[in-house]
Design a protein around this ligand. Structure first.
Ligand SMILES: Nc1ncnc2c1ncn2[C@@H]1O[C@H](COP(=O)(O)OP(=O)(O)O)[C@@H](O)[C@H]1O
Ligand SMILES: [Mg+2]
Length: 303
């Protein structure tokens, strides 16, 4: 058994380690213990970890020095004012920044104990296991059925029965009963909220471990938003979820843990860079923040 030597908490089960080793062909590292001041309550069962993460767009440093662990089967919310680097950071978590010209990530990011940015790690496989749902629902210009079947086909997933997989994914995204009689119709015929649940179904069809959501409700009406929030609570049983939201009430409603970011201005250049101010359980962050900046933000004194 691998132990976190500080607390004796097992951080990676031996069978998991063996599976990772087999899949990635690399020795598995156990993430170092988080002992940083900004993290108020340690995550003992982290599936994803960030250690001193810095992100640059060309010469511009968008995010500085982020240490953050994401707990397995929990919902973690990233909150903070516009431009503080929330989207930039969530893209770090599945190597989506690789696809942005000029973007560069420094620091260490691990997924199940494996350095996600190591040379021998396949970014496509990372994105299969850590899926992403965007702000604006972006279904493919295909039928509802094919939106779900596309991912498994493209990656050559072994599927015993595609109809079953489509039903399972749509059921998992709480959409099945609404679409089961029109699977061959275009996804564009669905409402915005249904399209977003379709995108969630598409993400879970390839059987990920983690779902990243960047402001998934900001283009939706309140009823569709509630449905997505309810769905997140369901998904949490099988997946780890990271959500960026500018809506603090949403973070308070859905998240187990909340990380508050802000943008600090460089006195010389005026450039603003995103930093993690405080991270803890959602209850702690909202009810007894330990940093004045967190308190100012959540009480609406600063936006
Ligand atoms: N693709 C990009 N190229 C250059 N700069 C970017 C890019 N994406 C974001 N930025 C900059 O990085 C900073 C953080 O942006 P972002 O991560 O989108 O913040 P948030 O999601 O918190 O609003 C901002 O200054 C933004 O202008
Ligand atoms: Mg954003």
């Amino acid at each position: 058994m691998i132990k976190d030597t500080d607390t004796d908490v097992p951080v990676l089960k031996p069978e998991e380690e063996a599976r990772l080793h087999e899949q990635h062909g690399v020795p598995v590292h156990v993430a170092p213990t988080q002992k940083r001041g900004k993290n108020n309550d340690r995550v003992t069962d982290a599936i994803l970890t960030c250690e001193d993460v810095n992100v640059f767009y060309g010469d511009f440093r968008a995010v500085t020095g982020v240490d953050l662990d994401f707990a397995r089967n929990q919902i973690t919310a990233l909150i903070g004012p516009s431009g503080c680097g929330k989207s930039t950071l969530i893209r770090v978590l599945n190597r989506m920044n690789d696809l942005i010209d000029g973007a560069r990530v420094e620091g260490k990011v691990t997924f199940r104990g494996v350095d996600m940015y190591a040379k021998n790690v396949d970014a496509i496989e990372v994105r299969r296991r850590i899926g992403m749902v965007f702000q604006k629902p972006n279904p493919f210009p295909k039928s509802i059925y094919d939106n779900i079947a596309y991912g498994p086909r493209v990656i050559g997933m072994k599927v015993a029965n595609m109809d079953d997989l489509v039903e399972e994914a749509l059921t998992g995204a709480a959409l099945w009963t609404e679409v089961k009689d029109k699977l061959k119709q275009s996804a564009f015929g669905l409402s915005g909220g249904q399209q977003q649940r379709l995108c969630i179904a598409r993400t879970i069809a390839v059987k990920p471990d983690v779902i990243l959501m960047d402001e998934p409700c900001s283009a939706l009406d309140p009823i569709a938003t509630t449905r997505i929030e309810d769905l997140m609570a369901e998904l949490r049983r099988n997946y780890t979820i990271v959500i960026v939201t500018h809506n603090m009430q949403q973070a308070a409603r859905v998240a187990d843990r909340t990380a508050f970011f802000t943008a600090l201005a460089d006195e010389g250049t005026g450039d603003r860079t995103g930093v993690l101010v405080e991270y803890g359980t959602t209850t702690q962050i909202f009810e007894s923040p330990r940093d004045q900046r967190t308190e100012d933000y959540i009480s609406g004194r600063f936006g």
